[in-house]
Design a protein around this ligand. Sequence first.
Ligand code: BGC
Length: 766
Amino acid sequence: MKIKLIILLIGFSLFGYSQKKTTKKAVTIKPKTEFVAELLSKMTLEEKIGQLNLPTSGDITTGAASSSNVAKNIEEGKVGGLFNIKSVQKIKEVQKIAVEKSRLKIPLLFGMDVIHGYETTFPIPLGLSCTWDMKLIERSAQIAAKEASADGINWTFSPMVDISRDPRWGRVSEGSGEDPFLGSQIAKAMVNGYQQNDLSKNNTILSCVKHFALYGAPDAGRDYNTVDMSRIKMYNDYFPPYKAAIDAGVGSVMASFNEIDGIPATGNKWLMTDVLRKQWGFNGFVVTDFTGIPEMIEHGMGDLQTVSALALNAGIEMDMVGEGFLTTLKKSLDEGKVSIEQIDNAARLILNAKYDLGLFHDPYKYCDEKRAKTEVFTKSHRAEARAIAAQSLVLLKNNNQLLPLKKSGTVAVIGPLADAKENMAGTWSVATNMDKSISLLAGIKEVAGDATKVLYAKGSNLDYDAAFEEKATMFGKTLHRDNRTSAELLTEALKIASQSDVIVAALGESAEMSGESSSRTNLEIPQAQKDLLQALLKTGKPVVLVLFTGRPLVLVQENETVPAILNTWFAGSEAGSAIADVLFGNENPSGKLTATFPRSVGQVPIYYNQKNTGRPLANKEGKFEKFRSNYIDERNEPLFPFGFGLSYTTFKYSNLKISSDKMNFNEKLMVSVDVTNTGNYDGKEVVQLYIRDLVGSVTRPLKELKGFQKIVLKKGEKQTVIFEISVEELKFYNSDLQFIAEPGTFQAIVGTDSSTDNKVDFLLIK
Ligand code: BGC
């Protein structure tokens, strides 16, 4: 911002704020570059290094700020920001220390993991991505920013855009699935939602794209594990969403825990400087992940002083919790291991962000207690969250149109996740008030109406193994393990089932079975619940499986035996109402998977945009062929492909056409298809365009998503959907890492999911 900002504020002067003065006066603030340079020139080395330090609120959340170490460090100018402190009053109290007691009165950043909503909680990011609706996704981030900023927060550690093809990794729940094209659109929508291209407002917040880079590809799906990947794969498949966030103007970037090419991301100069700054032109600041700097000691990169210097030299500006910068940079400067220019530059970038947020204009800009009371967890935000949640649900199976259910008769709601409101918000919902979430049982009671009798039984615990259940229900998201025996729980459930017309089985993962440090080697529903489900099916009553999960699961047995499966992820604070809206037909499901569901954990990593081999299977039925690329004990295909999701209605695709069978590098082609709603309900369909480049200088994927449109069709209605193809959609990174398109034959493939074969060919000519 090079404009001079004239603002109204209470008793502000360039380096001194006084809260005592009451007269409002207009103050001219110098333009950013000048302002920050002047401020830097007044700072001691310790104060500059202090700006690079990001402690967690830990010991000051009780309100006893002035007696804690963090408070003392703030007073001494040794803190640049603080994170995960909740409530406007506490934040104001801490900001006051910085602004009234520190020598230069530099305000603090207040960060938080506002990942999928604040108190009003939206579906986990993996669920949100299944809406394929960029406006809704942006809106969810905008509401999150509005609520967080009303409660004192000015910086969120979101979006998490790590592509992952490995559902063993628990953090697939926090990302947008496996596809770089869709992931890039979502990254952009999220950044726009938080920042609204205008950080000077008081209801937008600084966004932080994470975890740069490749965090979603750890060996064996084990969190924090080694990543080893070719550069061509990084550039084509894993980098695009980070780059999209940078292009959308994200203000900060978080380094990932993992190594890249043998060097941890936190100390990786090629990544942080060459790629991020030089190639992509990023000019915000980079923060480490939680203790990312000292963790490099365990990685085997040296002692704290060495790894701290390594991080600064690589291009890291802020040290989250590690205190490596705080305690060693001065020594490294004295010993010539880092330069003062590097320290100045890092401090400058952080001060720039504070300036952009308007904190130098008004350090209490986000501390409006009235806003905190009126703009958080509001009726209207919750209504929007409910509508968004309904769109994130994915109908995986619906034999004989068992769904939607009638609003009459008796429904037995059975399962350990049926009455579990603490589990609804899902992982990383720091600000949510778990007590206020709507459970499935509560949602069904509300939506089914008075003509429906609703019965409930728990049926089983999360798992037979109590020790496993403890690991899977941390952070207060307890499932209240039932002390009755499995037989007693089952008997009660079967009794309830026998009195019902239909059974809704609420089964799957608990919220903390996915997310950080929740990797799994077994991707099935826990055995106790599988057994419960089979027992319920034996009653002969129709069973609807309402699945809760933070990752793709292996559902072969369920798919073979259960007539209807609705995958609900963790749909946020309004989950129960949204799920009930779909179960009873107030909403027609339209979510489409953004991550492949495998048939077996042995197929992982599994993803739709795979390449061919020199020995692909020749038959389409998936029959085993010796000396071909397949398994002797499993098919190659997934259980549910990327892009898959049913509706209560049906859609017919016809008349696929292309405007010309060739184009040159400056031309565009139009691909069109007619989509007709052939069923009995109005509905939404995500029409997907994939492209295959048949011959290249490097091997190319069998198909890649390059366009999608979510359309609304009334019963019987037909629409012609048109996609434009330009040379941009045909580009890729070649073996010299140049982003180019190569002349030759391409296929445009259009359909309802990634398994479609409906295609037209065209030529790209010079
Ligand atoms: C996570 C980050 C998160 C940070 C701060 C880390 O453990 O990896 O995603 O933003 O903690 O809470």
